[in-house]
Write a protein that binds this ligand. Structure first.
Ligand SMILES: C[S@@+](CC[C@H](N)C(=O)[O-])C[C@H]1O[C@@H](n2cnc3c(N)ncnc32)[C@H](O)[C@@H]1O
Length: 465
């Protein structure tokens, strides 16, 4: 039993008598993990605790309302007592409200704000429902009907509650709050893109509105997708799919490939997934996706050097979507140990290896899609105007045994800075925009291979009999 030296005000309480609040930890995380981040530990070591903690008395000690990090630091430093203001806040919802109030001025991550909102919704929800029923009774509208006479939401939560919570957590008005909740709930239900948006929101690199727009745009692939009927796929990059990555491609290229060459539920493999555009488009269009990369940037993308082949789990897949580095063109931003620094001969050997591994992984009748850009600007042998990577890819795929299905033009969008364009105009030079998606099929059986076999298609000399 602790006896206080004064009924109110600041006391020096023994550390072991103070219990951290589980509610606070559920919102803001374990303070032990955040001790070292901003120098608080050092400051307490040097000057002690300058701002008292706040705790509520209980039968066998105190529950901490404010100062969890300070308490964690004090424990780490082996202090025996801490200055603490004791406030008799009753247990239950009043105490939870007090914890939220005490934390109002702390700098919080988006996830912490949303956990606060979860807590406030469950505290204020019953109140709002009571208010709404009273309003409905007063206006003669049935309590079970969709919209109240006061225009409240059909989910039973009033606009007033959203407004109150938005203000309480400092997130602007109810519209922004609703966008934030949509992202938060999609992330909680496992939506990979929303989870990546959440990580960006927590890091402060994305706005709530942008993350919400990403989610809304994605819905367009699930409902009302209108594919172009032409074999020129000129799409702009779309930040709703894939996380930022130097090589990310427009989602439209992937969505059209899925639409034309796979069925719902198909297994798609992307062995060089980069920011995961294929993953996100597959999810939006109901395809299963296995994504790999030499240098994965998302937890759903597994580490793989495709030069060593595809993993067993990828066997019998329906589509292999390959967006390799375009030879040396983006060598700088990618992992140094990738295939892109290879000389042209090494790069051609890589295309052949990739084609052979894709062929081995696909089921008969499955498709490979290989996206390649012509090399026009950089690393060209003396006197050579361009390297036709589409042609090299054609050779590699047919050489592995694939049957050509379609060559689709996917011009590159926005690849040049205004100064590049200006310089090209001044020099009277053409800037390369050509990029091709080669789609080929693994034959169903030997009969399907064209007379003369794959060697004839690839242009290499037929094997002597
Ligand atoms: C053009 S980017 C893919 C971009 C992706 N389509 C997107 O939309 O974000 C090419 C990727 O190939 C990866 N890569 C390079 N060599 C590789 C290898 N040997 N095995 C697997 N991935 C490799 C690079 O790390 C890079 O992420």
């Amino acid at each position: 039993m602790i006896t206080l030296d004064a009924p109110a005000g600041v006391h020096h309480l023994p550390i072991e008598a103070i219990r951290p609040s589980r509610f606070s930890i559920s919102l803001y995380g374990d303070p032990d993990r955040e001790i070292d981040g901003d120098g608080l530990l050092d400051s307490i070591r040097r000057g002690g605790i300058l701002v008292p903690l706040v705790a509520a008395p209980e039968a066998d000690g105190f529950e901490l309302l404010s100062g969890h990090r300070r308490l964690a630091c004090a424990r780490r430093l082996g202090l025996e007592t801490v200055p603490c203001e004791v406030r008799a806040v009753p247990k239950g919802s009043g105490r939870r409200r007090a914890i939220l109030d005490y934390n109002r001025q702390r700098r919080k991550t988006f996830s912490q704000l949303m956990r606060e909102a979860d807590a406030l919704e469950s505290l204020l929800g019953p109140e709002a429902r009571r208010r709404r029923s009273a309003n409905l009774r007063g206006s003669g509208v049935e309590a079970g009907s969709d919209a109240g006479a006061d225009g409240r939401n059909s989910d039973g939560r009033g606009g007033r509650t959203d407004e109150t919570i938005a203000r309480a957590i400092g997130l602007g008005g109810k519209d922004l709050y609703r966008q934030a909740r949509a992202v938060w709930k999609a992330a909680a239900s496992g939506d990979a893109r929303a989870r990546s948006g959440l990580a960006q929101l927590d890091a402060g690199t994305k706005s709530v509105h942008a993350a919400y727009k990403d989610l809304r745009r994605r819905a367009r692939l699930t409902t009302g997708f209108r594919p172009t009927p032409y074999d020129v796929w000129a799409f702009r990059r779309d930040p709703s799919y894939g996380v930022p990555h130097p090589g990310s491609i427009p989602a439209g290229i992937v969505s059209h490939t899925l639409h034309y060459f796979t069925a719902p539920g198909a297994l798609v493999v992307d062995p060089m997934a980069g920011g995961g555009t294929t993953l996100d488009v597959c999810e939006a269009m109901g395809r299963r996706c296995l994504a790999y990369d030499l240098d994965p940037v998302r937890p759903e993308i597994r580490q793989l050097d495709v030069r060593h082949g595809f993993p067993l789990e990828a066997r019998e897949c329906d589509l292999v979507f390959c967006d390799p580095p375009y030879h040396t063109m983006l060598a700088g931003p990618y992992a140094a140990f990738g295939v892109e620094p290879e000389p042209l001969t090494g790069w051609i050997a890589f295309l052949n290896t990739l084609a052979a591994h894709a062929f081995a992984a696909l089921r008969p009748g499955g498709h490979v899609a290989l996206l390649l850009a012509n090399q026009t600007e950089k690393d060209l042998p003396a006197g050579v105007g361009y390297i036709d990577h589409g042609f090299l890819g054609y050779g590699a795929l047919t050489g592995a045994g694939f049957v050509p299905v379609r060559r689709i033009s996917c011009p590159m969008d926005g690849a040049y800075l205004p100064q590049h364009v200006q310089r090209a105009r001044r020099d009277g030079r053409l800037l390369g925009q050509v990029r091709d998606l080669l789609v080929m099929r693994k034959p169903l059986g030997e009969n399907e291979i064209l007379p003369g076999g794959p060697a004839q298609l690839s242009g290499s000399p037929p094997a002597s009999s």
